[in-house]
Design a protein around this ligand. Structure first.
Ligand SMILES: C[S@@+](CC[C@H](N)C(=O)[O-])C[C@H]1O[C@@H](n2cnc3c(N)ncnc32)[C@H](O)[C@@H]1O
Length: 331
């Protein structure tokens, strides 16, 4: 059984970095998921509880494992991390790169395939998760796969407050819901900015949110794109301790005033350089439909959005404003 798992990990790792076809890569990820699930089935299904923190919900290990099956997400993240490691290796050719993996889940999905491409002299991971069950599973997998030398440190901690003992070269995290709702991604990314050095690469490099208006609820073909209202990256100013997402978009003059639009938030994730998840490419960038409709009035010029990251759709405050920035109404 261990041989199958190792073979499947190697095949998937190869297919992700040198994709034979997107279909083969997808199939390969699904097969790896089932091998990993078989290896720790009992332990995985024992852990079904979410943990609620002030910064968002930390999903149960069994659900975190299933994130692997969001195959475009998994592929683009691993390709981006691979490219970031190559970039760091050019700068520091003989260094063992330290990688802090915040919110690793039970499969350390974004790390395991990289062990096929790099030696443990080249990369070493610190795995962090708030779910003890996820760490028990990942520990077991690493031992079964004889990969312990890649993972010297496994930490049970909230990644929104964790500071590694030495500054990592690379920080990776994917604990996000669409529109930065539901899960604590923003708090984790902002915490990483606090302990990163100038040369540390933080993945995702950038997450941006924009507003789309649809003519009908399920008409995804030609929405009106009102542009970006919020961006987080290493270069953006740190959000306040409550990690409030806030920003404006301009209402275009050519919006119809006779029909109510459906309002959506689109998410775009630049994992690293050209490795990007565009809106609707994956579950985490799927557009978030708000339960609000908007019919334009002549004096209205902008939307102002404000909500705590990691919260829910109902907590999004959506103000409509006029040219003097006065609130005309709440949607
Ligand atoms: C969406 S899953 C993704 C799992 C894995 N990183 C992947 O990409 O497939 C998010 C993981 O982050 C963990 N997590 C969420 N919030 C966390 C926090 N504040 N501190 C530590 N771990 C957290 C969850 O327990 C879960 O294992």
């Amino acid at each position: 059984m261990k041989e199958y798992l190792t073979e499947q990990l190697e095949e998937t790792a190869q297919h992700i970095i040198e994709p034979p076809s997107s279909k083969k890569t997808r199939v390969s990820i699904i097969k790896l998921f089932h091998e990993l699930e078989d290896a720790i089935e009992q332990d995985l299904w024992e852990h079904q509880e979410h943990i609620t923190t002030p910064k968002g919900s930390c999903i149960a290990p069994v659900e975190a494992a299933h994130c692997m099956l969001d195959t475009e997400r998994t592929t683009i993240f691993i390709q981006g991390i691979y490219a970031a490691i190559k970039t760091l290796q050019e700068k520091h050719p003989y260094k063992t790169l330290s990688i802090a993996y915040m919110g690793c889940g039970p499969f350390a999905t974004l790390a395991l395939p990289l062990t096929h491409h790099f030696s443990s002299q080249e990369i070493q991971f610190t795995l962090v998760d708030i779910q003890e069950g996820a760490l028990q599973c990942v520990q077991k997998l690493i031992e079964q796969l004889d990969l312990t030398e890649y993972f010297p440190t496994i930490v049970h901690h909230d990644a929104a407050t964790y500071t590694p003992s030495s500054t990592p070269d690379l920080v990776i995290s994917e604990a996000m819901g669409r529109a930065l709702l539901y899960e604590p991604q923003l708090a984790i990314s902002e915490n990483a900015k606090q302990f990163a050095s100038d040369s540390t690469i933080i993945i995702p490099q950038e997450i941006s949110l924009s507003v789309l208006l649809h003519k009908t609820k399920n008409d995804h073909r030609r929405p009106v794109d009102l542009g970006t209202f919020f961006t987080v990256s290493k270069d953006t100013p740190t959000t306040d301790p409550d990690h409030i997402i806030e920003g404006d978009v301009t209402l275009k003059d050519n919006l119809h005033s006779d029909l109510p639009y459906h309002v959506c938030i689109a998410t775009r994730v630049r994992v690293f350089q050209s490795h990007v998840l565009h809106p609707d490419d994956s579950l985490i960038t799927h557009r978030e439909p708000l339960n609000r409709r908007y019919k334009k009035q002549p004096n209205e010029t902008a939307f102002h959005l404000q909500y705590p990251s990691g919260s829910t759709e109902e907590q999004i405050r959506l103000e409509v404003r006029d040219a003097s920035n006065k609130i005309t109404r709440l949607l």
